[in-house]
Design a protein around this ligand. Sequence first.
Ligand code: IPM
Ligand code: MN
Length: 357
Amino acid sequence: MKMKIAKLAGDGIGPEVIEQAVKVVNAIAERFSHEVTYTEAKVGACAIDETGSAYPESTHKVCMESDAVLFGAVGDPRFDNDPTAKVRPEQGLLAMRKSLGLYANLRPVETFEALIDRSPLKNDRVSGADLLCVRELTGGMYFGEKGRKDNGDTAYDTNIYHRYEVERILKLAFDYAGRRRKHLTVVDKANVLESSRLWRQIAQEMAPKYPEIKCDYMYVDNAAMQLIRDPKFFDVLVTENTFGDILTDEASCLTGSMGLLASASVGEHTSVFEPIHGSYPQAAGKNIANPLATILSAAMMMEYAFSLMEEGRVIRQAVAASIAANFVTEDLAGENITPRTTSEVGDWVADYIRNRK
Ligand code: IPM
Ligand code: MN
C-alpha cells in the first residue's frame, strides 16, 4: 500500500517523539512492503515564528493532500503566561481540527500488565480496565462565541451544540460500543446545562435503534469519581469537548503514565493521530520524553486510516515487549531500572518489528 503521511511535529518534545514514530512506521513499511512518503509542515509556536499563523494555509494544504497526519504536540511557555497574546500555539491545533472537520477524538485507555504497579490506583481496581473515550472535538465551549465586555472585566465562552453535531458523535460512539463490549456511557451535566439536556434527549432518541447496546447516563462530576473508583465499569464513554478534555487527562493516569496514551481524531477530512500528552517543554531537546504514546498513535493510524489491522497489532506487540523488557524512558523506569533515552526506545521498538517475528 502507498501511504502519504503529513508529519506535523510541532513544538517542545513533538519533533523527538515524532521521529521515533517515523522509525516505527518505516520498520512496518519494510516488513509488510508498504511505500511511505512524508511531507513535513509547521504547526504551533514554530509556525507562528515562521509565518505569524499557528496553522498556516500551506500546512492545511499538506494535511488535505495526505492520507493521514502524524502530529506531535503544540505549546510554548513563551505564550502560557501571557493572556494578552494575540496568537497562541494551541490555536494551531484547534484550527486544524476545525478545518479538517475532525469532530471525534478517540482516546483508548488500556492498561499494560507489566505497568500495573506504576498506576496510582490499587492493582485490583485498574488491572483489566479497558475503555474508549469518545470526545466531541469541534463544538462546545472551545468553538462557541467567546469574548469580553465591560471594558474587559466580563468574559464569556458559549457552550453551544447543534443537533447534527450531537447526532454524529453519538452515532459514532454507539457504533464503537457495538464493536466492543456493547456498553455506552453518555457523560453530561444535564441537571444544570441546557446543552447537556439536548445531548441526553438525542441519546435517548437514538438508544432504541441500538437495542443490543446498554446505554447509561452519568453526570460528569460522578464520572470523574467513577473513573477512579471503578474504571472497569466503563466500555465506551462519550462526552462533549471540554468534559472530554478533562476526563481523558484523568483517565490517562490509570495506565501509570500519560506518556502511553494515543489518540485518533477522525471526521470529514484527513484523520490526525497524536499522543494526548502536550509539548512538555521542560524536556524538549533532552532525549528523555516517552515516545510510546506517539508510537501507539502510529498503530492507531495503521488501523483507522489504512485499515491495516495486523500492522497495528505488530506495533502494539512491540511496544508491550519494550515495556515487558523494561526498556523504557525515565517516566516508566522503576527504581532498579536503567532509564533509556527517547531515541533508544524508538530504535528498540523499530528493531523488534524488523527482526522478531
Ligand atoms: C488536548 C489538548 C488541547 C485541548 C489543547 C492543547 C488545546 O489539551 O488535545 O487534549 O484542550 O484540546
Ligand atoms: Mn487536553
